[in-house]
Design a protein around this ligand. Structure first.
Ligand SMILES: *Cc1c(COP(=O)(O)O)cnc(C)c1O
Length: 392
């Protein structure tokens, strides 16, 4: 007989999923009700309102999609890209490459603006791409590149798109709740995120928001949106305002209880305080790592506090370190991707995982593991360096 599955208790400090708050897990286990139940609909309206707060937008077309962040990405592209449309796609890591895939699969023409992995999107290159191409419909870029730990200047990039009459699609999967984001203030037209990074919630839901301009473009499409499930015009019938809700698909009822709870927690903490918390614990982690002699991949000005890409010390087998951290400390950190594989670790400080206990656990587990393996690091300094930040 197969037995029930009980996962080990891990500390998740990788690129996501990150630690889920016990409050959110408790919400997940509440009794399932019908997805057209008036009480469920009342909860959905609260989710929409709190999501507007989290994204900083008043747009009524703000809602969670019943699928992971990648589906939110696809929802933005499938609704806004029509065959022959020109889209400037910025790529400075893994996720820009997926944007290109989306553009091409929906018949668009991707004009690539590439920056080295570990550096932000260069606004001057985006300006040049607009200057070299007429009739660009969309600019798409990743705000927080989880594959490298880089933050790009979304505000400036959106301004460039607006100056050139283009709409914007912005990936905020890792920035929402962790770094400053102002969807309406920056004029973002289509934005998607995920629940499992800085929102302390399990994976599987993708919040999205579309501006009024984007809605008009979607409504004026010449071709039928090639995805039935992600067609925003149909989804709106379910999530749209008013008492009359049309059946579209069965909402993941319990996952939405969880998401609701994570948004309640964000409201209680305050958006700006959540951003500041990520920055604060990042400073402590950084002080500890640097005291150990471990350096950062990304230049300080563009570092994501919630995703720290740090160099593996010379001669160390990075995968062995990760498996020891998991086996001995129940601690998960992430590996490098692409050209950075084997060279960096990605240490996440996202959502509920972003706290002092985790910072100290990570520093001591890493120091013990590395010194037992004979790595060339400075010992007995890291915890004091982190504590110095905490007591400052
Ligand atoms: C995690 C992530 C995604 C994909 O989200 P899933 O929930 O895994 O589909 C997209 N973009 C970025 C920047 C991410 O970090």
């Amino acid at each position: 007989m197969t037995k029930s599955f009980y996962p080990p208790l891990r500390t998740l400090m990788g690129p996501g999923p990150s630690d889920v708050s016990p409050r959110v897990l408790a919400a997940l286990s509440r009794p399932t009700i019908g997805h057209l139940d008036p009480e469920f609909i009342r909860m959905m309206d609260e989710v929409k309102e709190m999501l507007q707060y989290a994204f900083k937008t008043s747009s009524p077309l703000t809602m969670p999609i019943s699928a992971p962040g990648s589906a939110g990405m696809e929802a933005c592209f499938v609704n806004l890209v029509e065959p022959g449309d020109k889209v400037i796609v910025c790529q400075n890591g893994v996720f820009g490459g997926r944007m290109k895939e989306n553009v091409e699969r929906f018949g668009g023409i991707a004009i690539m603006v590439e920056d080295e992995w570990g550096t932000p999107v260069d606004p001057a290159k985006v300006e040049a791409a607009f200057a070299a191409n007429s009739d660009v419909k969309l600019l798409a870029f990743v705000h927080a590149e989880t594959s490298t730990g880089v933050l790009s200047d979304a505000k400036s990039l959106c301004q460039i798109a607006q100056n050139n009459g283009a709409l914007t699609i912005v990936d905020t999967v890792t920035s929402l709740g962790g770094s400053e984001l102002d969807v309406e203030g920056w004029g973002i037209d289509a934005v998607y995120s995920g629940t499992q990074k800085c929102l302390s919630c399990p994976p599987g839901i993708s919040p999205v928001s579309f501006s009024q301009r984007a809605v008009e473009v979607i409504e004026q499409r010449e071709s039928k949106t090639p995805s039935w499930f992600l067609d925003q015009k149909l989804v709106m019938g379910y999530w749209g305002g008013g008492a009359k809700r049309a059946y579209h698909h069965t909402a993941p009822v319990n996952s939405l209880y969880a998401f609701h709870e994570s948004l309640v927690m964000l409201e209680e903490e305050g958006l700006e305080n959540a951003w500041a918390r990520h920055q604060f614990h990042h400073s402590a982690l950084r002080a500890g790592l640097e005291a150990m002699g471990i350096g950062f991949l990304v230049e300080e000005a563009y570092r994501l506090p919630q995703l720290n890409s740090v160099f593996v010390p010379e001669g160390v087998d990075e995968a062995e370190v990760r498996s020891k951290l998991l086996a001995n400390y129940n601690l998960e950190i992430g590996a490098g991707l692409g050209a950075l594989a084997g060279k960096v670790w990605r240490i996440g400080l996202m959502g509920s995982a972003c706290n002092k206990q985790n910072v100290l656990l990570c520093l001591s587990a890493l120091e013990n593991t590395l010194s037992a393996m004979g790595a060339n690091i400075t010992k007995d300094r890291a915890i004091a360096a982190a504590e110095a930040v905490y007591s400052s």
